[in-house]
Design a protein around this ligand. Structure first.
Ligand code: GTP
Ligand code: MG
Length: 316
């Protein structure tokens, strides 16, 4: 990826660069793939000038080359997984939470999204032969539901030192959706200093949902959410880390069978960017059901596990 700034492009000064960034064109590749008409209206220049900007971006961008399937196969062998500590869930997800990917857990309140997020912050710290990545975790909390007490219980459940475990979780509370997005920038700094292998955003969509009410601003919301998702994806790429995000549901009428079905918030933007999508529901007592809804390489399947004081467990 090119290290050049937008300001380095032909016909792009400070003001134009600012307009581009505001519209979500944060790097040269995004400008290189824009259409001249779209760019012209955003930066208020003629289509010809816009075309010149795009041509300059194409020259500067590292567009890359085609490779063969063998190269991709070799590269995919480098991907790693964080154990969920539960055989049934690991099996569902092909061995655990994959690095260089976004895994989305969505479900109703109490379905266990925050519990899974906590568990993964502990499990990522396990040694590689124990199913972890010997890595640190970053936890971006939008709902004020991070509980060190739960981390301590889960760490003790695995025979880990609770204080050491807490020290390897880098926590930030987000106060609104813009702040949430800014925290990804901060997260990059942390990941340069510590061996971060997991970044959790719990919840991904709560602020976006609350702040952009009404249809008029839906497009703006989706644009910002899109930007956020791509920044997360880029983080996972650069640091070879796993991204885990949680998402609430909204009940939508089921046109085929009547009644209602739960759909994740954020629509296509979130579901197209997430690599693995898991739907969580409550079962009886402490049981929870996880269903893999979408994956590029695993079959749709469903499994049961439990939430206990010591964390996630297989049903005994
Ligand atoms: P929202 O964020 O409200 O949408 O819900 P969520 O999906 O994040 O739910 P969360 O992960 O917070 O799950 C909460 C549930 O986990 C509780 O209702 C309990 O059933 C269960 N839980 C939490 N702590 C414990 C514990 O120490 N022991 C047991 N057995 N269950 C627990
Ligand atoms: Mg929660």
């Amino acid at each position: 990826m090119s290290e050049k700034n937008l300001e380095d492009l032909d016909s792009v000064g400070k003001a134009t660069a600012e307009k581009l960034r505001e519209a979500g064109y944060t790097n040269i590749m995004e400008v290189a793939t824009a259409s001249p008409q779209e760019l012209a209206s955003i930066v208020e220049v003629g289509v010809q000038v816009a075309a010149k900007i795009i041509a300059s971006a194409k020259e500067s961008a590292d567009i890359g080359n085609f490779v063969t399937g063998v190269d991709i196969f070799e590269k995919r062998k480098e991907l790693e997984r964080i154990t969920l500590g539960v055989k049934s869930l690991n099996d569902l997800l092909g061995g655990g939470i994959q690095t260089e990917a976004i895994t989305e857990f969505y479900g109703e309140f109490g379905s266990g999204k925050t519990q899974i997020s906590h568990q993964l912050c502990v499990n990522v710290q396990l040694k590689k032969d124990e199913g972890g990545l010997n890595g640190d975790a970053i936890f971006i909390d939008t709902e004020n539901t991070f509980r060190p007490e739960r981390i301590i219980q889960m760490a003790e459940g695995l025979g880990m030192n609770p204080q050491d475990t807490l020290k390897r979780i880098h926590y930030a509370r987000a106060y609104n959706s813009s702040h949430q997005m800014l925290l990804i920038e901060k997260a990059k700094e942390i990941a340069k200093e510590y061996p971060v292998k997991l970044l959790v955003v719990d919840s991904l969509t709560a602020y976006f949902r609350a702040e952009y009410i009404g249809r008029g601003t839906l497009a703006d919301r989706q644009q910002q959410l899109n930007k956020h998702m791509h920044e997360l994806l880029r983080f996972s790429d650069v640091f070879r880390a796993s991204i885990v995000c949680t998402n609430q549901v909204s009940a939508k009428p089921d046109s085929l069978f009547g009644g209602e079905i739960n759909k994740p918030i954020g629509g296509n933007i979130v579901s197209h960017t997430a690599t693995y999508i898991v739907y969580l529901r409550k079962g009886k007592n402490d049981r929870r059901i996880a269903k893999l809804m979408d994956s590029p390489d695993l079959p749709e399947d469903e499994t049961v596990y439990m939430i206990t004081q010591e964390g996630l467990k297989d049903v005994s």
